[in-house]
Design a protein. Structure first.
Lengths: 304, 266
């Protein structure tokens, strides 16, 4: 379990993480989603005590991470795909790290096989592809049999096989009762992997909900209505839970109302419809919508 | 897995030892220090005896040093190489990002620094002692063969300078490590340890007026003079103050590195 309480991190005048609180629970895969620069990595570094919070605190299984007797048994983390010395072999990298907590070579070879690097374990890690580097990072994360597995953008650079493999692995780890916390900037990836969703943008939590609740809340059907007599139609539709956005002089976007009901209402009032289109929102769009104000690096014409 | 995976100080030391042991550069630097230290001593001894000449048939000028100084001619190289080795032991993990992996495994930071220092000292001292003794015996053998004046290991001056030189080499490697940690950059720390600690004091000592000596003698390389040079110089510190001041430099560099390492974001 990771408990983040009122966590803030400022770098000079820039607030990377702004008073956020959330809890990552065991037995589930929790996705930490946000655009690049939203504060995901900074938050994860503070969980590990690598960066010192400007304010607030993080508890790892009820303790400050620095005060744990067996840190590797509490959290296994992958923070950067290239967090190793290029000149050292993958196996020696693991042996050196594992020695700091008394883990021996048998376990090193075990995790190397688990991540599929046993054949290249004696090669210099500097020659690894990004995907192999990620696998080595995952081996590092798993070596201490941790209660929490925390991975920053783990699917980056993995081939489709690797992506599938990591999905199964994370699912398994969660089913074993571990806390699984992973970040991504891709909603499509989270959709397939996460039970719980924490969305961050510009250092603030924008959503903290289950994946299914998030899907439900964004899949409320919206309907686009185009009609010349829109001014007459609008008051007829705006009842109860329906919300209406007037897009132009002849276009409405309605939500909370069925297309069939709109058609019926228009017909009964003798209003001609030119268009009646149900609109569905993909999760990717929902995520974009939610974070559009908090994206640091817009592309093209939207450049900030 | 219900085995004991607690982080303990002996385990951190082991981890840091494996890290250095598994880098080829460690063995290249230690090996080249050993070879150059001994080889330069032998070459200097040959030059003194006229077995190497200056191309005009005579022995090179400006020799005629005492035998211990002659055979330890390679000490300067050894100091240079081991300072770089120290920097590497301190800063290399910052270059790769490995430091964050290390600190994820061992989140209490100061034990990591002390372990790095102990492993460095443990590697440098034996090689430095071996190199100094090797240079001494090979050099003296060359001098004996040519019938030149020699010194024996029982000579108190020889003992002082041999032990002192090995200690100086080790101390500067530790300062290199401290600078590497403090500056988090190999080029920066190498430039600082070579330029600031080895070259600048010597340069200032030559360039500044005599009256500055009272201050300059406290700089690390000058403070080491009473235990690395055979001739005791009047303008330098006496032996005991020299040892104390040099140790103070090493300790101060570690205090600064430890303070920054413990407080800074990794």
């Amino acid at each position: 379990m990771i408990e983040v309480r009122n966590l803030t991190k400022q770098y000079g005048s820039v607030t990377a993480v702004d008073d956020i609180s959330f809890t990552v629970e065991p037995g589930k895969v929790t996705g930490f989603l946000g655009p690049n620069g939203a504060g995901k990595s900074t938050t994860m570094r503070m969980v590990l005590g690598l960066d010192r919070p400007t304010a607030g605190s993080v508890l790892v299984n009820g303790q400050n991470y620095r005060d744990t007797a067996a840190p590797v048994h509490e959290i296994g983390a992958l923070l950067e795909a290239k967090g190793f010395d290029k000149a050292r072999s993958a196996r020696n990298h693991l042996i050196a790290l594992a020695a700091s907590c008394g883990i021996g070579i048998t376990r090193v070879d075990e995790v190397l096989a688990m991540v599929g690097l046993n054949e290249v374990a004696r090669q210099k890690a500097g020659g690894f592809s990004l995907g192999m580097g990620q696998r080595l990072g995952i081996a590092v994360a798993l070596i201490g049999d941790p209660r929490i597995v925390m991975l920053d953008e783990p699917v980056n650079g993995l081939d489709p096989d690797g992506v599938l493999w990591i999905r199964h692995l994370l699912r398994e780890l969660a089913e074993e009762g571990r806390t699984v916390f992973l970040s991504s900037h891709l909603m499509s990836e989270m959709e397939l992997i996460a039970d719980q969703l924490i969305i961050i943008g510009r250092g603030k939590i924008l959503a903290d909900t289950t994946m299914s609740a998030f899907i439900d809340s964004w899949s409320t059907n919206r309907v686009r209505v185009v009609a010349p007599g829109i001014a007459d139609l609008e008051p007829l539709l705006s009842t109860g839970s329906t919300s209406i956005v007037i897009e132009s002089s002849d276009t409405l976007i309605c939500s909370g109302i069925d297309a069939a009901v709109i058609g019926q209402t228009a017909f009964a009032a003798g209003i001609i419809l030119h268009e009646l289109t149900p609109l569905s929102v993909s999760l990717e769009e929902a995520f974009m919508e939610l974070t559009k104000d908090s994206v640091q690096f817009h592309t093209g014409e939207n450049a900030a | 897995m219900s085995v004991d995976v607690d982080v303990t100080f002996p385990r951190i030391i082991r981890s840091e030892f494996i890290k250095l042991r598994t880098l080829r550069s460690t063995w290249i630097l230690l090996g080249s220090m050993l070879v150059l230290f001994i080889a330069f001593g032998a070459i200097a001894a040959l030059a003194t005896t006229g077995q190497i000449d200056d191309g005009r048939g005579g022995p090179p000028a400006a020799l005629g040093l005492d035998p211990v100084t002659t055979v330890l001619a390679g000490a300067g190289f050894a100091v240079l190489i081991m300072s770089v080795f120290g920097v590497l032991a301190g800063a290399r993990e910052y270059g790769s990002g490995m430091i964050r992996t290390t600190l994820a495994f061992v989140p209490k930071r100061l034990p990591v620094l002390w372990a790095k220092v102990l492993v460095l000292i443990g590697l440098v001292i034996p090689v430095a002692v071996l190199a100094a003794l090797g240079a001494f015996f090979l050099g003296m053998a060359v001098l004996t063969g040519a019938g030149e004046a020699t010194a024996s290991l029982s000579d108190p001056d020889a003992q002082r300078v041999l032990i002192g030189t090995a200690a100086y080499i080790t101390g500067l490697s530790v300062i290199g490590l401290a600078l590497g940690i403090a500056m988090r950059s190999m080029p920066g720390a190498i430039a600082t340890v070579i330029g600031g600690v080895l070259i600048l004091p010597a340069l200032l000592t030559v360039l500044l007026p005599e009256s500055w000596r009272s201050v300059l003698k406290y700089l690390p390389s000058n403070a080491a003079a009473p235990f690395t040079e055979v001739k005791v110089r009047a303008d330098m510190l006496a032996l005991t103050p020299g040892i104390i001041v040099f140790i103070a430099w090493v300790v101060a560099s570690l205090v600064v590195a430890g303070f920054l390492f413990a407080r800074r974001d990794a």
